[in-house]
Design a protein around this ligand. Structure first.
Ligand SMILES: Cc1cc2nc3c(=O)[nH]c(=O)nc-3n(C[C@H](O)[C@H](O)[C@H](O)COP(=O)(O)OP(=O)(O)OC[C@H]3O[C@@H](n4cnc5c(N)ncnc54)[C@H](O)[C@@H]3O)c2cc1C
Length: 571
């Protein structure tokens, strides 16, 4: 592609540029704008405005052609993206189309993306537990990874900062393995789960079934009302966009907040090609963008750059940012850029039935699950696999009569349909995986996308450690549910490819030593200090908790540091 660069410096220069407008980019924009920086957010996808661009938010099921379900055409045209958790006809407009955004799967990898303003914050699951100190230290303590340059105490105040602003519901449980935060009241725990919790307490000292933490407003505070958001109505239609702003997305929260400062410019349809390195200045001077529609190449300049394109795209941008100083990608003196990609082990689940509780029901469509807090490999390495795991758990009642119903047709059947059925329990695994050098992404040498950018090659796979964890999860969860009085317990290994967990991480990891990492303790590239990477690419290990709130906390922390360094004249 010829670089027909339009260089109108006056209108193309900002204090800060943020690449990506999703969960982490929204936070970078909020913090940098609030702290006085003229900030440009570059987003490759279309614009999405709160409410205005949620076309299905209030559509009843019968108004969808297939009642909101995936139809055959969608499945045939998008075999990859239709696999995503929660993907359906009612929210497909917040996911990419497979054919528009190819990549090369050297090994099977389901790369789930949402290219629009708001990114995946519109469709995420909203689980927001804090990491514990165990997770920060385990890889180094047990010898399966490098040490983090920061620990829990460094991020704890930033977790609080984020939690108060986005609104998290949960319960304070006083557990070391899942620290408490700033919570609003949780949703109700239903009767069988309360029973299972009690049975676990009777049978074990280390198994705690508690409310997970979720980015839902159960008791909105002034700061949430000021964002124009209101109480979660438990409609459980979150992935369509919430007209109440009941859950956190950057579209409903951080971006409009940043806009109010008067310091924000968002430019949708701006595919970032690379970060420009100025050899004379010895730092990055700006960002090269290809307009998604016109294919025009434009360069924007700024003093600092926040890279928040989501883990794998941030890897891609850095790998494609080549210069004489950095021929293998920006900041890549160690040669490790794109390596140590990891994800979460999402292969295992357990189902069971539980008798009784037929006079118990619950109100509404609770959009949250419980968590059985990690109990593996906390103080010592005690299993035949590395890492810990979180177990999400819930119980629900059949919405239809069981086979013993008197009527299978006619009036009796209709009457039976008005009564909820038996209770069932499900549990699924969210496990840590071990970052390995061989699990990597790189640029294709011969294939490019429609904007002339090399395709990403994914070479990432599960391994034996993950399968041993699955086995332990099946054994332990079955045993616990049996002790709680469940029956018909079945275990399942879905053997899914990495990526479908949608928790991809690493490739630009933080670390203490520039020889074994790309970023320092402030998420700055060791060798290009005015570039900050604060999305999942920065993760040195995966922990077992849902990661996005950590990206938000790290982003707010790094942005505040960046502004203070700018004020001191260091950036
Ligand atoms: C169904 C689902 C359930 C999930 N559940 C949870 C959960 O419960 N808890 C949790 O912690 N996480 C969950 N996640 C993961 C969570 O969504 C991501 O971790 C989070 O969105 C990552 O934030 P981000 O800012 O890095 O990326 P994103 O939110 O994806 O934003 C990245 C943005 O960058 C843009 N971009 C990419 N490349 C470029 C480029 N070259 N130029 C310009 N812009 C670019 C994209 O279009 C996008 O808007 C879930 C995700 C999904 C889809």
């Amino acid at each position: 592609m010829s670089l027909n660069i339009k260089d109108d410096t006056a209108s193309l220069t900002y204090d800060a540029i943020v690449i990506g407008s999703g969960i982490s980019g929204g936070w970078a924009a909020k913090e940098l704008c609030e702290q006085g920086l003229k900030t440009l957010v570059l987003e490759r996808g279309r614009n999405v405005e709160h409410n205005k661009d949620y076309p299905t938010a209030t559509t009843p099921p019968w108004e969808f052609r297939y009642r909101g379900r995936i139809n055959r055409q969608q499945q045939e045209e998008n075999p990859l993206i239709t696999k995503a958790a929660g993907y359906s006809d009612d929210c497909d407009h917040f996911f990419v189309k497979d054919a528009d955004h190819p990549y090369v799967q050297e090994k099977p990898f389901d790369w789930i993306r949402g290219y629009q303003v708001g990114g995946k914050s519109l469709t995420w699951g909203r689980a927001t537990q804090r990491w514990s100190e165990f997770e920060f230290t385990a890889p180094e303590r047990f010898g399966y990874g490098i040490g983090w340059p920061i620990g829990y105490d460094d991020v704890a105040p930033w977790y609080s900062h984020v939690e108060k602003f986005i609104g998290i519901c949960g319960n304070k449980d006083g557990l070391e393995a899942m620290p408490d935060g700033e919570f609003m009241k949780p949703f109700d725990m239903n009767a069988p789960l309360t029973h299972i919790k009690q049975k676990l307490n009777e049978n074990y000292t280390d198994r705690h079934l508690v409310h997970a933490r979720w980015a839902h407003l159960t008791d909105p505070q002034q700061v949430h009302l000021d964002q124009g958001r209101g109480k979660c109505q438990a409609r459980n239609m979150c992935m369509r966009g919430c007209p109440f702003g009941g859950y956190f997305s950057s579209v409903s929260s951080t971006l409009p907040w940043a806009k109010k400062t008067g310091n924000l410019t968002i430019r949708p349809h701006s595919v970032v090609h690379s970060i420009i390195y100025d050899e004379k200045l010895g730092k990055a001077s700006g960002v090269r963008v290809i307009d998604a529609n016109t294919k025009e190449v434009i360069e924007f300049k700024a003093r600092i750059i926040f890279l928040n394109a989501a883990a794998l795209n941030s890897n891609l941008v850095l790998l494609n940012s080549k210069s004489n100083r950095f021929p293998n990608g920006l900041g890549n003196d160690s040669g490790l850029l794109g390596k140590y990609i990891a994800f979460h082990n999402y292969r295992a689940s357990v189902n069971a039935d539980i008798d009784g509780f037929l006079d118990k029901y619950y109100f509404g469509r609770n959009p949250t699950d419980l968590i059985l807090v990690n109990f593996r490999n906390l103080h010592k390495q005690e299993t035949d696999f590395f890492g810990g795991y979180t177990t999400f758990m819930n119980a629900y009642r059949d919405q239809h009569p069981d086979e013993t119903s008197a009527g299978q047709i006619g009036g009796q059947y209709k009457d039976d349909l008005c009564e909820p059925g038996n209770w069932h329990v499900f549990a699924y695994l969210q496990g840590e995986t071990v970052p390995k050098e061989s699990n990597h992404v790189r640029l294709s040498e011969d294939k490019k996308d429609q904007w002339g950018i090399p395709l990403l090659v994914t070479s990432v796979s599960y391994d034996d450690n993950d399968e041993r964890m699955v086995k332990d999860f099946h054994t332990q969860t079955s045993e616990m549910l049996e002790k709680a009085g469940c029956k018909n317990i079945t275990t399942y290994n879905n053997k899914q490819a990495p990526g479908l967990d949608i928790h991809e991480m690493g490739g630009v990891r933080m670390g203490k030593d520039p020889k074994t990492s790309l970023l320092n303790q402030w998420n700055q590239l060791h060798h290009c200090k005015n570039v900050f990477v604060t999305d999942g690419a920065c993760m040195a290990s995966t922990g077992n908790q849902s990661p996005s709130i950590l990206y938000m906390a790290l982003t707010a922390r790094a942005a505040t540091y960046a502004v203070s360094e700018m004020k001191k004249g260091n950036l």
